[in-house]
Design a protein around this ligand. Structure first.
Ligand code: PEP
Ligand code: MG
Length: 419
């Protein structure tokens, strides 16, 4: 048994320059730490993120009260616990909070503790982090869902769809996958420059040119895939995260233009885009409460594409069960801070495995140098990971960690299967 001997929380900054919580857990002189990520387009059923609303020094965004809470009340509760008993520690935190959406402590107090505990437990056991989860042998590498154009809440360019991503389906390894994405990104950059647009990037590292038409963004991507010597829909697939919560009002959607139109017209326009640009994955095409539209879309598209619930499920097993029973999607995005602990996240993943859903491990738009999700994706046998573009160190750090894992697996390393 190794005991937790000390817990230190501190305020640090995330990739948007916003304060966030870092927690360092000690067992005698050995320690491990974790930094909490933060979303911009959040679902209303997500676990709460606590900030010091009334502290004007940081415009209401500091997390100093949370840091204090961890360093006092929470620290007392978990000190002397067996570090290797993740479930017990997570349960203590869940019970100390006592609410369904972590309203008392906040998921940003709980999650960095949960992750730091797991990291330290693996460090003390002297096993790589990816070996500390569900998979015990035959580790596989997830395909990157790489965001190369940013819109929506992640930039201010007027693009309505939030994330335009590519997935290098024909990649034979992570290094091959990254090389393919690297080529497309560099060709996209040349095309964007030639068109006279800015090559500045958005929150997740994808380009954020001042264009406001989804079709124009998709055409730029198709062109760059072609210029890189690949075939769209065969070697590389285009995947989208609409983040439709942000584009929903009075039961209507403004996804395809500024005009709000009915869900059925929105579906028709989705189908046109899917066929024209060979789109293989669509995340959050509808609002988190619009189960009917999810079901309607699913009925005609479930065999054709990956339909991913992010804000719809918020990594919550109750919502995933609702979605499964109402035939709403065939895949789920997994974000640990939407629920708050590793234990709860693993329960959601096991349920997703049971019902045959794809589960995609994801970063948040506000992220950090913490690369936990790379190990977590391999250790849970996730076939895809969504962690931004091949720019901005907080995104690249995750890909670099996957390269290290691939190297450590050596000749046993294999890409996962995409279904
Ligand atoms: C997403 O919506 O999938 C995403 C990663 O963005 P955010 O973290 O802003 O929710
Ligand atoms: Mg999303």
């Amino acid at each position: 048994m190794s005991k937790i001997t000390k817990v230190i929380a501190r305020q640090v900054f995330d990739s948007r320059g916003t304060p966030t919580v870092e927690v360092e857990i000690f067992s005698n002189k050995i320690s491990a730490s974790s930094i909490c990520p933060s979303g911009a387009s959040t679902g209303s059923y997500e676990a709460h993120e606590k900030r010091d609303k009334f502290n004007k020094k940081y415009l209401g965004k500091s997390v100093l009260n949370t840091v204090k809470l961890i360093n006092t009340k929470i620290s007392k509760k978990i000190k002397n616990q067996n570090l290797h008993n993740q479930e017990k520690i997570d349960d203590l935190l869940i019970n100390l909070d006592g609410t369904q959406q972590k309203k008392n402590l906040g998921a940003n107090a709980i999650l960095p503790i949960s992750i730091a505990v797991k990291k330290l437990s693996c460090k003390i056991k002297k096993i790589p982090l990816y070996k500390g989860f569900l998979v015990k042998k035959n580790f596989k590498i997830p395909y990157p869902l790489m965001n190369i154009i940013n819109g929506g809440a992640h930039s201010n360019n007027g693009l309505r769809i939030q994330e335009f991503m590519i997935r290098p389906d024909k990649a034979k390894s992570m290094s091959d996958a990254l090389r393919m994405c690297f080529l497309v990104i560099n060709n996209l950059k040349k095309i964007i420059i030639k068109k006279g647009y800015s090559t500045s990037v958005g929150d997740e590292g994808g380009f954020a040119p001042m264009i406001n038409s989804n079709e124009e963004a998709l055409k730029l991507i198709v062109q760059s895939i072609k210029r890189s010597g690949f075939k769209n829909g065969r070697d590389i697939s285009i995947c989208l995260d609409v983040a439709a919560n942000e584009l929903f009002r009075n039961k209507k959607y403004s996804i395809h233009s500024k005009k709000y139109i009915s869900a059925s017209k929105t579906i028709k326009k989705y189908n046109i885009l899917i066929n024209k640009f060979k789109i293989k994955s669509l995340e959050d095409p509808f609002n988190e409460n619009d189960w009917l539209s999810w079901n309607q879309f699913m009925k005609s598209n479930y065999k054709k594409i990956q339909i991913v619930g992010d804000d719809l499920y918020v990594t919550n097993i109750r919502r995933l069960k609702m979605g499964f029973l109402s035939n709403s999607s065939n895949s789920i995005l997994i974000k640990l801070n939407q629920i708050g602990t590793i234990t709860e996240t693993l329960k959601v993943i096991k349920y997703a495995q049971l019902i045959g859903f794809n589960y995609i491990i994801s970063h948040r738009s506000g992220d950090s140098e913490d690369t936990f999700i790379s190990d977590f994706a391999v250790g849970t046998n996730s076939n895809q990971i969504k962690t931004g573009s091949l720019t901005r160190s907080e995104r690249v750090a995750k890909y670099n960690q996957l390269l290290r894992i691939e190297e450590s697996l050596g000749k046993y390393s294999k890409m996962n299967n995409i279904k």
